[in-house]
Design a protein around this ligand. Structure first.
Ligand SMILES: [Fe+2]
Ligand SMILES: [Fe+2]
Length: 326
């Protein structure tokens, strides 16, 4: 398996040369006009690399959510909510399975990817590298975090030029919609339940919101690699996806009464953040900085990763799960 796992942008030429350049351009024109590739034989090496890297990260992200929902599964207050969290975890494993299975067509091995890979090699985002502390934080994660993932996978379903991947995401998105709806329902419930649960919801929002904003990555003007858009693996840019997410979560939160650090700016015709990015999380206190940091500092925090970046996958691989759950 190591041969295919070793595929990376670093090992490929940065740009095609000679006749291959014509081939690349022809492919880019075709996918831009809506053509869907159906097999590996239609791909250029570079297209294949970009697609495989996209699917690998997406699959790892799906798997990482299972590691996050372990604690709230134990702490869910009723049998119904426990079943809902368990069901969402099973969905996420199914999403990961769909994507890892598809990667087998490109030479990968699902068992190796999930159970035999070094836990430090999983590629996830800072948003999914924290333990969810309790059920209220869990439903806020579903409201904001699953909504962020849903925003990404909807774009892939709508736009991805690799037909089999786009079609596989229909089921994934159908289920993500349930996770988001579960988050909305119970966030609203706890907001209106008591002063104590309302405060807990607000604290969870304050913790998760800036992290979900950064799910979509750096602002477009900073992005050096645009291959995903060039090959129409994705349809929308980082900033466009972030706007789409803001346009859904901000009105919902405002309708409930929850404070979020973003608002619609009529003069600009779009949502804007009420703080300047990037900002750092103090992992000891769980509070975000009031003042912006440098991008170098932000990248360093992402590179180091959150507290469960590695330990979550270690626990998953060691199968410390079932006996005490019920
Ligand atoms: Fe998912
Ligand atoms: Fe989900």
């Amino acid at each position: 398996m190591e041969s295919r796992q070793a595929v990376s942008h670093k090992e490929r030429p940065a740009a095609p040369v000679g006749g291959a350049a014509d081939h690349e351009i022809a492919l880019q024109v075709r996918v831009k006009s809506g053509y869907k590739l159906e097999s590996e034989t239609e791909m250029t090496a570079r297209y294949r690399d970009v697609l495989v890297q996209t699917m690998l990260i997406a699959a790892d992200l799906e798997l990482s959510t299972i590691t996050m929902y372990y604690t709230p599964l134990l702490m869910a207050p009723t049998l119904e909510t426990k079943m809902a969290v368990a069901s969402a975890m099973q969905d996420e494993l199914g999403h990961a399975q769909v994507m890892y299975r598809m990667l087998e067509d490109f030479g990968y091995n699902t068992n190796q990817l999930i159970f035999e890979r070094d836990p430090t090699e999983f590629r996830t985002f800072y948003l999914t590298q924290h333990e969810i502390k309790d059920y209220i934080q869990c439903v806020v994660y579903m409201l904001l975090g699953d909504r962020a993932g849903y925003t990404t996978t909807r774009d892939l379903e709508e736009a991805c030029s690799f037909g089999p991947y786009a079609r596989s995401l229909r089921k994934v998105n159908f289920e993500e919609k349930f996770h988001v709806a579960h988050g909305e329902r119970w966030t609203r419930f706890y907001w209106n339940h008591s002063a104590e649960t309302r405060q807990r919801v607000q604290e969870a929002i304050d913790f998760v919101f800036p992290n979900a904003v950064m799910w979509f990555g750096t602002p477009d003007h900073m992005k050096k690699r645009v291959d995903q858009l060039t090959y129409k693996i994705r349809g929308q840019s980082n900033d466009e996806l972030r706007q789409r997410w803001l346009a859904e979560v901000v009105p919902f939160c405002e309708s409930v009464g929850i404070r979020v650090p973003a608002h619609f700016e009529p003069a600009l015709g779009r949502y804007v953040l009420d703080y300047q990015v990037p900002i750092l999380l103090d992992e000891e206190t769980g509070k975000w900085s009031d003042t912006p940091c440098t991008w170098e500092a932000q990248f360093a925090q992402w590179k180091k990763g959150g507290p469960t970046k590695v330990s979550g996958f270690q626990r998953l691989q060691e199968d410390h799960w079932g006996a005490d759950l019920w």
